[in-house]
Design a protein around this ligand. Structure first.
Ligand SMILES: [Ca+2]
Length: 120
């Protein structure tokens, strides 16, 4: 919508060549900016939803039991065998989550973890 309106304005002004050049540059910039912010927005929204569902005591971070529920419900579904995750596997997973070893998962640790497993 916004881009279309800008194009219209540019068609009224400037030479054909100028217009094409400017248009190309702007598209390139927009593409880059959009890609970065889209991922941030999606991950932030994802973390928001996780916290709404799993941060039962609204502490702002997930303790081990809250994280266990999240891992069981979310990552457990990805397990092709459907047998879920063993306690040992969960402990390993929690250590990876809890970067600073505080015993709770903060939002930035969840964001880092999501980026890590999705490769974003
Ligand atoms: Ca932590």
């Amino acid at each position: 919508m916004e881009v279309r309106e800008e194009n219209k304005t540019e068609e009224a002004n400037g030479s054909k060549q100028d217009r094409r050049h400017r248009h190309h540059r702007r598209r390139h910039r927009n593409k880059h900016r959009k890609r970065t912010s889209d991922i941030d927005v999606v991950i932030a929204k994802c973390v928001q939803e996780i916290w709404q569902e799993y941060d039962d005591d609204n502490s702002g971070s997930l303790d081990k039991e809250e994280t266990r529920q999240f891992v069981k419900n979310t990552l457990g579904d990805m397990d092709a065998g459907g047998k879920g995750m063993s306690d040992e596997e969960f402990e390993q997973c929690f250590i990876e989550f809890d970067e600073d070893g505080s015993g709770t998962i903060e939002k930035h640790e969840m964001i880092a973890f999501i980026r890590n497993i999705t490769g974003l």
